[in-house]
Design a protein around this ligand. Structure first.
Ligand code: C2E
Ligand code: MG
Ligand code: MG
Ligand code: MG
Length: 276
């Protein structure tokens, strides 16, 4: 009896590990193929001017639908791409898709923000390749914003990071700190970076307006951003009450399911037309 269950346990264990290994391998191979065949699709989520309710700009969010795996979450495949050294290739495809979209939407002049991983920013080819895409598509660099997560800004690489960000700013590209509040950037560090806006992390917005400490943190971030002359945008706005709190606290922009999820380029164009 004991032997029996022991053996069962053992075989369950091995098959489980084996299965997990297979799954990771399948995902990895599928991602390589999706990149080789350029199957990733960029969707766009609106950023709203909280005062007027008007669409202000868009955030590009990459989507991957695999015929066997179904829809795979970016949280998952971005991390895999980073581990496998594929993130530069992925990032290039996203930037190229966004810039060709901006070219197609040129008369609408809508700004689009693109998420950039730390590894992309650290690549010496990042700036030249981005400049190549911009000149190839004749996109006004002022319409492009790069979102960089706070954890990307490692203090030990401060000088290198600042240099790269300065070059980007000099070309007219805008810079935002994403998921702000989850990292550890000090005020003085931020003050020395050439950034245009702060995006307050969704985790602080979630429990508004009931949670007292989240209210205090959010108000403090907004006040600080305003004092530093930075635009401030709240992520993950899902309710009217959150919108009202943010507006009263002096937050200019919001993004979240209250205003709309990310949609493909065709649906986004309809949204843009309604807003003009
Ligand atoms: P992020 O840049 O902070 O993007 C915001 C995420 O929150 C998106 O998830 C968006 O769909 C989701 N979101 C927006 N509004 C709401 C809301 O009201 N409620 C909730 N619960 N969620 C909301 P998504 O698209 O799954 O992307 C996850 C993360 O993956 C992004 O976080 C970003 O860090 C990364 N990512 C997405 N696209 C790219 C890309 O092209 N390149 C890179 N390097 N990273 C990307
Ligand atoms: Mg973002
Ligand atoms: Mg974010
Ligand atoms: Mg995030």
């Amino acid at each position: 009896q004991a032997k029996e269950s022991g053996r069962n346990k053992y075989s369950f264990y091995t098959s489980c590990v084996g299965q997990r290994h297979d799954e990771a391998l399948q995902l990895e191979q599928a991602l390589r193929k999706a990149l080789a065949q350029q199957q990733l699709e960029v969707h766009y989520q609106p950023k709203i001017d909280l005062q007027t309710g008007q669409l202000h700009s868009l955030e590009a969010l990459v989507r991957w639908h695999d015929k066997d795996l179904g829809q795979v979450s970016p949280e998952r495949f971005i991390a895999i791409a980073e581990t496998l050294g594929l993130i530069q290739q992925l990032g290039q495809q996203v930037l190229r898709q966004v810039c060709y979209q901006l070219q197609a939407w040129a008369e609408l002049a809508v700004p689009v923000a693109v998420n950039i991983s730390a590894k992309e920013l650290a690549d010496p080819l990042f700036i030249p390749q981005l400049m190549q895409i911009l000149s190839e598509t004749a996109v006004d660099p002022k319409l492009l914003e790069l979102e960089i997560t706070e954890s990307c800004l490692l203090p030990e690489r401060e000088n290198q990071t600042r240099h790269v960000l300065q070059q980007l700013r000099q070309s007219g590209i805008r810079l935002a700190i994403d998921d702000f509040g989850t990292g550890y950037s000090s005020l003085s560090y931020l003050r020395h970076l050439p950034i245009n806006s702060l995006k307050i992390d969704r985790s602080f917005i979630k429990a508004l307006p009931d949670n007292t400490s989240d209210k205090q943190i959010t108000s403090a971030i907004i006040a600080m951003a305003n004092a530093l002359g930075l635009d401030v945008i709240a992520e993950g706005v899902e309710t009217q009450a959150q919108q009202e709190f943010l507006l009263a606290a002096g937050c200019q922009y919001g993004q979240g399911y209250l205003f709309g999820k990310a949609t493909n380029a065709t649906t986004t164009l309809q949204l843009l037309r309604q807003n003009l």
